[in-house]
Design a protein around this ligand. Sequence first.
Ligand SMILES: Cc1cc2nc3c(=O)[nH]c(=O)nc-3n(C[C@H](O)[C@H](O)[C@H](O)COP(=O)(O)OP(=O)(O)OC[C@H]3O[C@@H](n4cnc5c(N)ncnc54)[C@H](O)[C@@H]3O)c2cc1C
Length: 447
Amino acid sequence: MTDKKVVVIGAGLAGSEAAWQIAKMGVAVDLYEMKPKKHTPAHHSNNFAELVCSNSLRSNQLNNAVGLLKEELSKMGSLIMEAAYANEVPAGSALAVNREDFSSYVTEKIKSNPLITVHEEEVTSIDKDVITVVATGPLTSESMAKAVSEITGGGELHFFDAAAPIVDFSTVDMTKAFYASRYGKGDPEDYLNCPMTKEEYDAFYKALVTAETAPLKQFDSELQEDLTVFEGCMPVEVMASRGYDTLRFGPMKPVGLPVPKTGEDAFATVQLRRENREGTMYNIVGFQTHLTFGEQKRVFRMIPGLENAEFFRYGVMHRNTYINSPGKLTRTYAMREYPNLFFAGQMTGVEGYVESTSSGFVAGINAARLALLKESIVFPRETEIGALAAYVSEGGVSSHFQPMNANFGIIAPFDKKIKGGKKCRNEAYAERSLEIISQSFLDFNNI
Ligand SMILES: Cc1cc2nc3c(=O)[nH]c(=O)nc-3n(C[C@H](O)[C@H](O)[C@H](O)COP(=O)(O)OP(=O)(O)OC[C@H]3O[C@@H](n4cnc5c(N)ncnc54)[C@H](O)[C@@H]3O)c2cc1C
């Protein structure tokens, strides 16, 4: 036990996970969250661990890297994973959640933990003498972004990201749209599909690439000159502008979704994924956008089946924030220069809900261990959680550091080629990793 406290700033996915792990190790936490007094442009609820865009935590399969990362976290007692499985909604081979119930679950757990004291206030500076986990996310408030930039040595901290619109199911024309998961995998009601003929696609494509986007100064005038669009969350209109067929090989891919009336794949198909258990809300998959709201209504209503669609939420474009972490952070997400300071979540350069959670997990247990004067824990590169931490702290081959999703390209390869193709190799990665986790990382209090 220790009388030292750890400060956690930001109760998003990473901060909530970090606070929970620290308390689990018997160390008291002061958790600062600026909601409900102040919200970022994408946060609307007052709960912790809010999912700002999709309600999907992506694949649940172990031969997929994010599926493996989820399993590693679950095995080690992640609060976010516990909340996700407790509030799961069907989504084929993906893990999707009811976002309100998921966030309420996390909030309730954190607020009722006697070792965690919640402070509802915006933090505007960082004290490098106090053990702290900074997890203020991709939309970190301006004053905090400035403090982070100063302490990490400046450099690029911002870029842009976009969110997809959500449609009211009761306004979808089901004589045109149909339920089906691609290739018949999973519950057909997880996805709605809106098939298009070539003529319909031509008209839609033309409207999309010529539609009016919201002026950037509406979001952040300072950043207009330095617009970088993150590839993983590229606005649909930007993707469309890359070529006539780009969408048909991306979010509007028709394969594996035969139209019930003809039994054949359409020329292009828009997919909508169920947002909640009741199936009253569906988000348009891959349609993150920064068209003006009026243009979204006009252009997306050209999609067959959505002619009279009402939107629960329009797509929006937001600022994103991350540190140029390689060389600055260690594999525990602590700063090399100031070992009391840990960073976690999207701002470290991991990308995605589960990835943000994983960095919160690693930073949390290591911040607690620092308070307890125990040696830090570095996860090996043979695990996905360790591979991500290694990528963030050391970077990839490019000199321009870019955020990273969980993937098998960053995990330590096998010495020998695994027979049976990619699927077998990925399964072997998963088996190896879970074995390591089971043998060495299940009880952090006794390591
Ligand atoms: C618009 C948008 C859409 C995204 N869509 C997806 C998606 O669909 N799927 C996906 O996997 N990932 C998505 N991401 C990326 C990322 O995974 C999520 O943003 C994720 O929530 C990041 O987790 P986090 O803990 O780092 O930050 P967050 O979950 O954003 O949490 C940060 C918390 O810190 C608080 N805060 C900020 N500044 C301060 C301050 N100064 N003091 C106190 N509190 C503060 C905020 O209110 C917030 O609660 C998206 C990102 C953005 C911006």
